[in-house]
Design a protein. Structure first.
Length: 253
């Protein structure tokens, strides 16, 4: 209510009273404006924090999705790793693996031309089994001597010494490792299921040759002995029907 109107209606009341009355009114209006400004500032400050939290939640969700995708990809690669590793090693000689002599698109006989003026190479053989595989596995010959481009046939013998049928899988390597790209196998029992019945003994052939290009590579100069080593591991089929080796020191389920 207007204080001048009150003063005119109540002339006996002192003007100082109405001045005192106006002061609380002004104070209340000032306080209301301050509260409004404070609320506005709080809203302004709160809005960026909320936006930051929303952005953080979005980033966390994106990270989670990427993590799940990576996990699924790694799981898929774990099943494909053994075949891929085998293929890469056979084609490149990586990790001391002999190169596959033929892929069905060419005739390996084209490369079977002995280098007559080259010295004969001494090929030695080794065999071993994992600790949990009750087999005896040995080469039938200690060594053979061949020319680059000349084929050679060797045999290993495996015996299952247990009273149960067992599946084994062999891996192989060549040393010195730099010779591996030139060590070509035509027939081999490696990377394939070998099931031996209880007490059974079998002979396993290896048919191979050293690529004639070996004789032209200056990095092969001085190499006279090459060792072919096979190791047998106990194997089983997993729930997806994939043949996998059982790590050393782990018993079969």
């Amino acid at each position: 209510m207007n204080t001048f109107y009150l003063a005119s209606r109540f002339p006996r009341v002192g003007s100082s009273f109405f001045r005192d009355l106006r002061q609380p009114l002004r104070a209340s209006r000032t306080a209301a404006r301050n509260i409004s400004n404070t609320t506005t500032r709080r809203a302004q400050y709160a809005s960026p924090w909320e936006a930051a939290r929303a952005e953080a939640r979005k980033k966390n969700q994106t990270t989670m999705y990427y993590g799940l995708s990576a996990g699924i990809l790694l799981l898929a690669l774990s099943y494909a790793s053994v075949p891929l590793y085998k293929m890469i090693c056979q084609q490149t000689g990586w990790s001391g693996q002999p190169v596959k002599a033929h892929d069905g698109s060419g005739d390996p006989a084209v490369r079977l031309k002995p280098v007559e003026d080259h010295r004969r190479l001494r090929i030695t053989f080794q065999g071993s089994v994992s600790d949990i595989l009750p087999w005896k596995f040995t080469p039938q010959q200690r060594e053979v001597r061949v020319l680059p481009g000349e084929t050679a046939l060797a045999f290993y013998t495996a015996t299952n010494k247990s009273d149960a049928d067992i599946i084994g899988v062999a891996t192989y390597s060549v040393t010195p490792a730099q010779v591996a790209p030139y060590f070509s196998k035509i027939q081999c029992f490696c990377f394939e299921e070998q099931r031996l019945n209880a007490g059974e003994t079998v002979d396993m052939p290896v048919f191979f040759f050293i690529d004639p290009e070996f004789a032209k590579d200056p990095n092969m100069k001085g190499i006279e002995t090459i060792t072919l080593n096979y190791t047998f591991f106990k194997a089983r089929y997993d729930k997806n029907g994939v043949l996998t080796t059982i790590p050393m020191g782990m018993a079969a389920a």
